[in-house]
Design a protein around this ligand. Structure first.
Ligand code: 16G
Ligand code: ZN
Length: 520
């Protein structure tokens, strides 16, 4: 297309002055009212990415996940459903801030040797925020300068990832929301049938008043019975407010509108349904079952199935520094599964997980999935079972590779995988909570002058800058039994995060507060 179109289109999306945009861990994220030009420019970038890859389908998702209602965001999804590669992140940042947008687009096209005629399809989805529809139109406007746009309207983030992948890889599933639903419900129904389970899977889900709510309603059909609370997507002011996975994990308490029966399992999604956490109450006690727990539950379930199926596979669990120390200990000592650590953010965990036949990755906040390698899937398909038990385990493993979203963490499929793992193993939520006892832990947010001054190493577990600070943290930590603390700059907020953990809650709070004081 001509540069005329680019200049005419970009004139409709003026950049606000005095705002700097950064493509970070979760794409661009800030007040929705500031994002029109950025989203338009991301649309242009996405179609150039498609052209660079010879016309492959690319995705654009408009969401700010668990952030407050007035925020919004945008991120680009690559052909197999992965995040935009890190090498392209600086292009996104540069274009978003450019005062010579057309020149910079031309430079990018020349520098990456892109034939813009090759630009193909870009699929677009959005969450339920007030600013999302107008931002979606801005994205489409940008995409159509060079390529073609197909809008799917409201979607969960993982559904958008699924759609991108299925457009490029038809074997992955039908490229429609209905295709996603069929694949998910089909796998659940088939697993229940294999294990001769008659009762439906039942649970109450807090959908954070976000897009997960209508999507769960669409899926709730035999053999799945979901009760959804916090499903007010029409009231735009209540998204993620006193509810949702982030609220429950951060505050370690029940969300609004969940009135639990004791020792029953409940669950919370975040605003775009790519995180899930579970919990139950016992008298006055609240028990959180977070991402660390999901990882251990699914890994031990899959391990059992591998044994029954008589299949050898290399399995690993990927954690971040936020994983509870006792979860790591449980995985290494009881489950005897190797653990790797990566920095926070899906792209880091996902890549590490791909090094295994079965890579289980979850952040403590509930974002994660299980990746199965192509080789493993092939050998599961080729294996001749020698007993009905072996056959059932083999089929279950193959169905889990269909159910569990292979592109990104997905609240919906993770929810079902967890419910199946519990049901098949006859495990109650109370049993699950007893697998290991969490060390008391606490998260602090500290506002500092320059968060970029905080540089980490060793999967964010140690500070290398500012010089000398890590030695002071080490000295504090040494005074507490099972003490652990780390400091890292947030990738999504203008703040520094401090995590502390210790054998007692009082020690944990004291250690965290003392580390925070070091930052003042
Ligand atoms: C983003 C990440 C999430 C991470 C969080 C940390 C993706 C898709 N999302 O939301 O995985 O836990 O950032 O936020 O990678 P922080 O850097 O502000 O602590
Ligand atoms: Zn999210």
């Amino acid at each position: 297309m001509s540069t005329d179109t680019l200049s005419a289109a970009s004139a409709r999306h003026q950049k606000p002055s005095k705002t700097t945009f950064t493509y970070g861990t979760a794409g661009f994220r800030t007040l929705g009212s500031l994002l029109d030009s950025t989203v338009f420019r991301v649309g242009v970038l996405a179609s150039l990415r498609s052209a660079k890859l010879g016309g492959k389908t690319i995705g654009v998702m408009i969401t700010a996940s668990h952030n407050p209602p007035q925020d919004n965001g945008v991120k680009v999804v690559d052909p197999l459903g992965e995040m935009l590669p890190q090498t392209w992140e600086p292009y996104a940042t540069q274009l978003a801030n450019s005062d010579n947008f057309e020149d910079d687009v031309r430079d990018l096209v020349a520098g990456e040797n892109i034939d813009v005629e090759q630009a193909g399809l870009v699929v677009v989805g959005m969450d339920t925020r007030e600013t999302s529809p107008q931002l979606l139109r801005a994205a489409v406007d940008g995409i159509e300068v060079f390529g073609r746009a197909k809008s799917f309207g409201e979607l969960t983030t993982p559904q958008l990832h699924y759609l991108v992948r299925s457009h490029n890889d038809p074997a992955f599933g039908e490229p429609s929301e209905d295709g996603y639903n069929k694949k998910t419900v089909g796998a659940v129904a088939e697993i229940l049938r294999l294990w001769n389970i008659q009762d439906p899977l039942e649970i109450t889900v807090d959908a954070a008043n976000g897009v997960g709510a209508p999507k769960l309603h669409n899926l709730s059909r035999d053999p799945i019975k979901i009760t959804v609370v916090n499903d007010s997507t029409h009231d735009k002011s209540v998204l993620n407010v006193e509810c949702g996975a982030d609220y429950v994990k951060t505050n370690q308490k029940l969300p609004a509108n969940v009135r639990p029966r004791d020792r029953q399992l409940y669950s919370s999604f975040d605003g775009d349904a790519d995180r899930v956490v579970f919990y139950y109450t016992d008298g006055s006690l609240f028990h959180l079952l977070d991402g660390d727990r999901i990882a251990t539950l699914l890994a031990s379930f899959i391990d059992k199935l591998l044994q029954q199926a008589k299949v050898q596979a290399k399995m690993g669990i990927i954690q971040t520094a936020y994983a509870n120390g006792n979860s790591t200990k449980y995985v290494q000592e009881t489950l005897q599964i190797p653990v790797d650590f990566t920095p926070t953010g899906v792209k880091h965990l996902h890549h590490k997980a791909q090094e295994y036949d079965i890579g289980v990755y979850f952040e403590a906040n509930g974002h994660g999935t299980v990746l199965f390698s192509d080789n493993l899937i092939k050998s599961l398909k080729n294996k001749q079972p020698s007993s009905p038990e072996e056959e059932r385990a083999l089929k279950t493993l193959l169905l889990l590779t269909e159910l569990i979203n292979q592109t990104v963490g997905d609240s919906i499929s993770d929810l079902f995988a967890v419910l199946l793992a519990l049901r098949i193993q006859n495990k109650t939520c109370v049993d699950w909570g007893r697998d290991y006892i969490e060390l008391p832990n606490k998260l602090f947010k500290v506002l500092v002058k320059d968060r970029f001054a905080f540089k980490t190493a060793d999967a964010e577990r140690r500070l290398v800058e500012p010089a000398g600070l890590q030695a002071k943290i080490d000295a504090l930590v040494a005074a507490y039994t099972r003490g652990r603390s780390f400091v890292r700059a947030s990738g999504t907020e203008n703040a520094v995060r401090v995590y502390s953990e210790a054998a007692s809650a009082a020690d944990c709070a004291e250690l965290g507060a003392r580390v925070c004081q070091l930052l003042e």
